[in-house]
Ligand binder design. Sequence first.
Ligand code: COA
Length: 191
Amino acid sequence: MTYAGSTSATNQKDLRSPTQETQASTFLSISDDVLLGEQVKLAKFINLYGCSIGDYTKIGAFVEVQRDVTIGRNCKISSHTFVCEGVSIGDNCFIGHGVMFINDRFPCSVNASGALASLEDWEHRFVRTQIGREVSIGTNATIMGGITVGDGAYIGAGSVVTKDIPAGQVWVGNPARYLREVKIAADGSKS
Ligand SMILES: CC(C)(COP(=O)(O)OP(=O)(O)OC[C@H]1O[C@@H](n2cnc3c(N)ncnc32)[C@H](O)[C@@H]1OP(=O)(O)O)[C@@H](O)C(=O)NCCC(=O)NCCS
């Protein structure tokens, strides 16, 4: 793992003219505390801070990854996804477009005194989410906070996940319910 800025810029450098390269870094917001693995691929308009991204992982446009997030190797994080503080995603995961994670089940704009809420006002409600290895999350799914998704699980497009999902199962709907077991073909491909 290496620190940000260097790796992302190096990955894109060979493919771009100086003007394009300048634009690319302008459109990326990556704080100095981000840990980027080898050959991480970043689209434009990405906001990363305080997180760790594993080797070869690819992140699409308009994705935000907050602090205290770990994303494993060989993941695909599709555009418009929001990965909030406290989420851990294992290796080889597919995260579809516009997938939303949650870490506060009772969010408030202001505290009991009427002032804008700060970290101290909500950290007692903060909940973590654990996504296992080789999980696939369909477009526009919402993963409620405090959830554990087992290895190899599939989550259907548009699902709202309110309960833990065991390994190797397909869940769909709002609220998400068990549909079936994941099928593994002779060549190892899954569906
Ligand atoms: C979850 C999924 C893998 C299930 O596929 P499948 O096993 O072929 O499911 P089927 O199409 O046979 O549908 C089985 C049942 O589940 C329902 N269903 C399927 N996907 C659903 C979803 N996302 N949400 C709610 N219900 C769903 C179907 O309506 C059907 O219900 P019925 O038996 O009452 O008629 C697939 O539908 C899906 O959502 N994939 C994610 C695709 C995606 O987001 N890709 C992102 C990159 S393009």
